[in-house]
Ligand binder design. Sequence first.
Ligand code: ADP
Length: 584
Amino acid sequence: MKQKKIMLALFISTLISGNLFAANYKKGIYLGTAGGYKNDIKVEVTVSKDEIKDIKVIEFKDTPVLTDLAKKRIPEDIVKYQTLAIDAVSGATSSSRGIISAVTNALKVAGADISELRKNKVEIKHFEVLKPSYNSEVIIIGGGGAGLAAAVSAHENGSKVIVIEKMPQVGGNTLISGAAFNSVNPKKQKLQNIEDSNELFFKHTYEGGDKEGDSSLVKILTHNAYATITWLESHGVEFQEKIVTALGALHPRTHKPIKPVGTGYIQAFKGYLDKNNVEIFTETEALELIKKDGRIVGVKVKREGVESNFMASKGVILATGGFAGNVELRQKYNKNLTENIPTTNHPKATGDGVKLAEKVNANFIGMEHIQLLPIGDPLSGSLSGNVERQIDNTIFVNMEGKRFVAEDERRDVMTSALFKQTDSTMWLIVDANSYENEGQQNFFNESIGELVAKERAFKGQTIEELAEKINVDPTTLKNTIKEYNEGIDKGQDKYGRKKYGSKIDKAPYYAGARVPTVHHTMGGVQINNRTQVLDKNGEIIPGLYAAGEVTGGIHGTNRLGGNALTDINVFGKLAGEEISKEKK
Ligand code: ADP
């Protein structure tokens, strides 16, 4: 009888803790290691006889900001729910899996039954239940770069703001981008003797999109870029001194932040919003815009299965990004963009804004203009792993070791040339003019040494050695590079290239493979000069504003490299200012 009672008590306590099996660990503290995105992750796991008591992540080098939530949430969930059946944090999958594997390895030593721990499926909740409704002046849908810029700007302009974001963390594509920002910069460009003007920037952007963009929106983008740089700097974003040319930028006016990927922007925005108690509801999905008497007055959302109405007295800013990650939607506009072509985008770039705006009769423009980049990672399609630090010092060669396009061309021209090459794959070749040492990083928080160690890049002390490593005929590659360098001397390139930095002549030499990848959807909702969304009759939809990749009509047929960050920040800031002028 007594034994039965003990068994029952044990059963009830395991039910309460969510731990449906009887654990039996060797009490102690155990170390576990596993591969993360960048380096090995090391954890220290404390167990009692029947419980995982504590997990400390003691070595972790994956990109800060991008992986902060995974680093915090995964260990907490394992301890709270006594399970290894934990979902990766979306957007930080490799780091999440790395932590889970490291904990698993530690628990193996502690004598855990790993397969039981993996079977222990528990309903995991991270938030309080949503109230039926919330009130604000401004609701921003989407916490990517555009949404956060809009949030900061709206708050600065006196509005009460709420941001809703369906991913576990804010940052969107900005966080995983090369973070290039095009702008005329009177001070920095002068130091490098670069001639530039807002008019020239306008001309490049407008003509680079085959004059299909709305010229008044292009003018807003180009002529407000520098003021937006100084606004970002006032919020703590730091840019490198050197101005470079992003791939497809067509002119040296690209600013690169000091911090890796887009972490500099997102940290600055998030810092401001946290300091000013602006609420950000993550893992909260916008389902539908709420319309009353012809005006957008809020948005219906869902978090952890619970729906709620978020009401906005001034209005709603749509900042949901593009649809590069939605194969069905992109194929609706371009049949060739099958699921075989990867994307650089974050996993939630599914074009929800299109669905939300369609229902309120918004007009869409340029939906068929979808940009592919020629520099995707062959495995994931992402931008990471890219050996290029500036296009001025980089050449492209095909699998036969020959150049095939001017590397300073428009992105659409380069990508279509790449599709014609063997396996639609190319090698980017750089040298010590790009990387002074093995520790120097690309723009994705990866050093060239790390990329070589992981065989995501290859290295040779001579061009011949590099050619052997990438399976290209050494004589051909040598001749290709010789011809390219001679072209620099003559000022005449076989493929019509006009922008050069250094020759490719300084050992060691590096190569990284790249493929076409879907990058940016240039079409979207139509906006006016005040970022108000227009309907199919060209009328303003009262209370609805939009900024960022969800909008169309700015970049025309082809977005210049480095113009996306300019777009989302210039128009995000403007949307915040304009919506704040609405009556409360
Ligand atoms: P942009 O560059 O224009 O800011 P991003 O794609 O970087 O675009 O960011 C858009 C953000 O909007 C992403 O973080 C994405 O998860 C979020 N988002 C998209 N659809 C929804 C939705 N239905 N509800 C809430 N957030 C959304």
